[in-house]
Write a protein that binds this ligand. Structure first.
Ligand SMILES: CC(C)(COP(=O)(O)OP(=O)(O)OC[C@H]1O[C@@H](n2cnc3c(N)ncnc32)[C@H](O)[C@@H]1OP(=O)(O)O)[C@@H](O)C(=O)NCCC(=O)NCCS
Length: 144
């Protein structure tokens, strides 16, 4: 499957497509108001879209290089179509992100996830992230 996918940087027009699938992909949680349209344009070098051979959306990653912490890059959102989970797509997107982050002098990747999203908590730990709780918020990090 991985060989039939097309991976490219995000475009502003991807925002609406992501909005259409998010509630479903997040199992009914509606987090759409927390995804900023501007990310798709202003952070396109560190944001990726995966499509199948027919152009259907399979996955997306939105991330950026931290301006505050010059050795860090931050992953804001990762989502994979429910029919394509466990195929290594999210891992592959993270690795793509690490490459860009390293090329920009970053050696650490961080992200956050909500306690309610146990699958995400477990997944991040499975792929090598350490988790730290501060005031009820869960911060993930790993060296790259
Ligand atoms: C979390 C999510 C991004 C994982 O995507 P995915 O493409 O299925 O993950 P991958 O196939 O790349 O998984 C890589 C590895 O993690 C394992 N894995 C997958 N889901 C897992 C889970 N919930 N818990 C623990 N391990 C998991 C896979 O078996 C695979 O293991 P291996 O290669 O070491 O044998 C996906 O489930 C998703 O989109 N969830 C809904 C959106 C979400 O919650 N996003 C995260 C918060 S922004």
């Amino acid at each position: 499957m991985l060989e039939k996918m097309k991976i490219r940087n995000s475009e502003p027009t991807d925002y609406e497509r992501v909005m259409k699938v998010m509630v479903d992909w997040w199992g009914g949680r509606d987090l759409r108001s927390r995804v900023y349209e501007d990310l798709f344009l202003h952070f396109k070098q560190t944001s990726f879209i995966v499509e199948d051979e027919k152009g259907e959306l399979m996955a997306f990653l939105l991330g950026y290089l931290s301006q505050t912490f010059i050795h860090e890059a931050y992953i804001n959102w990762i989502g994979v179509h429910p029919d394509h989970r466990d195929e290594g797509i999210a891992r592959m997107l993270y690795e793509r992100f690490y490459e860009v982050a390293r090329a920009n002098g970053r050696n650490r990747v961080t992200c956050r996830t909500a306690l309610v999203n146990q699958a995400s908590m477990k997944w991040h730990q499975h792929i090598g992230f350490a988790v730290e709780e501060k005031n009820g918020r869960y911060f993930f990090s790993r060296e790259i």
